[in-house]
Design a protein around this ligand. Structure first.
Ligand code: ATP
Ligand code: MG
Length: 352
């Protein structure tokens, strides 16, 4: 536990699209947990960054983003992006403007199927999909220049690769199956990704209990569909894991249940937790967004803060609600966001 007082201040950054709907649902559920368990206290402070803020101030976040967020134990983020702002402007304006200065270099995306929900893989058993995907965000991993001749240069540093690799090996060593798959594309990207392969070999020497292998990203898409139970922890570059984690979420049933943690493993800076999905304009304001991805992200946040029991109770409550068939449309149900939220709150009380 980092914070021995069990008294937490959280920055809530709902931002755009369905972000406000799912973040307010998650706050309701976490406040219910705190009231019910009485083992910790938590206070959410609303931070109005996002596209409306951008249109007013010409920037997505406060100039002192680092100082502002350092005043909190963690951040709970919704999603960023609006139909009338190009995606790279909003994404770099908000999320990457936080990840960079705070050095949140480990992006962790757990994936699993929930009881009562279905994978599109007809052959898959629920237990086949239970993965952790890691992406490295080196502060210096993407340098794109808007020149006439477009060149996108990826810079991979030894320190950047090694720290995410160590993080992934450590996570694999702590899981029952102790499997790790290192994903690269070193046959075609023969500089940066060959360095990934080399560093994987070096780091693996410190983790003799981990059984690891490496895969090219293209072959990995096939393996995820055809042999999901052979996977456990997966690590790769930001670009590759962005693509694979959408595939993984779809295989697990819906992007609406996929959480992510943006961690500073050194714990010098507060980490940020957010659903994997985006703003989802097609369903914004309709009250049908699946809040489970944000509930799970909030559970990961509680775990990171040291409140393991709260994390476990929240996840059990979500499982119970899924099993009871209280599902949003993306999972084949007809429940609204507020129905799922209310059901999870009731389940927390029942299970406690
Ligand atoms: P971004 O660029 O911000 O990642 P995107 O274009 O990848 O956005 P999403 O916003 O993630 O797209 O949405 C992809 C699809 O998944 C949309 O049809 C959206 O409605 C659906 N979707 C996303 N999140 C949810 C959710 N929480 N509940 C239900 N459906 C969702
Ligand atoms: Mg997306």
């Amino acid at each position: 536990p980092v914070n021995k007082t069990h008294n937490y201040r959280i920055a809530s950054i709902p931002a755009d699209g369905i972000g406000p709907e799912v973040v307010s649902a998650a706050i309701e559920v976490v406040e219910k947990l705190a009231q019910t368990m009485k083992t910790f206290k938590i206070e959410f402070t609303h931070i109005p960054w996002g596209t409306d803020y951008y249109k007013k101030h010409g920037r997505y976040v406060d100039e002192n983003v680092l100082d502002v967020l350092r005043g909190y134990d963690a951040s709970l983020f919704g999603s960023v992006g609006a139909p009338d702002v190009p995606d790279h402007v909003s994404l770099w304006g908000l999320l990457l403007a936080i990840r960079g200065p705070l050095q949140l270099y480990a992006n962790v995306r757990p994936v699993r199927t929930f009881p009562g929900t279905q994978s599109p893989l007809r052959s898959a058993k629920a237990s086949d999909i239970d993965w952790l995907l890691y992406a490295g965000h080196g502060g210096r991993s993407h340098v794109g220049q808007p020149w006439e001749t477009a060149t996108e240069v990826a810079i991979f540093t030894r320190i950047g690769i090694e720290r995410i690799m160590r993080f992934a090996f450590t996570a694999a060593a702590a899981r029952p199956r102790k499997l790790l798959t290192v994903v690269t594309k070193s046959n075609s990207l023969r500089h940066g990704l060959v360095l990934w392969d080399e560093i994987a070999v070096e780091v693996s020497k410190d983790f003799p209990t981990v059984k690891w292998d490496k895969m090219l990203v293209d072959a990995m898409t096939i393996r995820m569909v055809q042999n999901p139970s052979s996977l456990d922890v997966i690590v790769g570059t930001n670009l590759h894991m962005d693509i694979l984690s959408d595939l993984a979420a779809a295989l697990a049933g819906s992007i609406g249940v996929a959480p992510s943690s943006n961690l500073d493993p050194t714990r010098r800076n507060p980490s940020l937790f957010e659903p994997v999905h985006g703003s989802a304009f097609d369903i914004t304001g309709k009250g049908v967004a699946n809040p489970v991805a944000t509930f799970w992200s909030a559970a990961e946040m509680l775990g990171w803060l040291g409140e393991e029991d709260a994390k476990e109770l929240l996840m059990k409550a979500v499982e119970g609600v899924c099993e009871a068939g209280i599902l949003t449309k993306d999972l084949g149900g007809a429940a609204m966001t507020k129905d799922v939220t209310k059901a999870v709150c009731e389940e927390i009380e029942r299970l406690h």
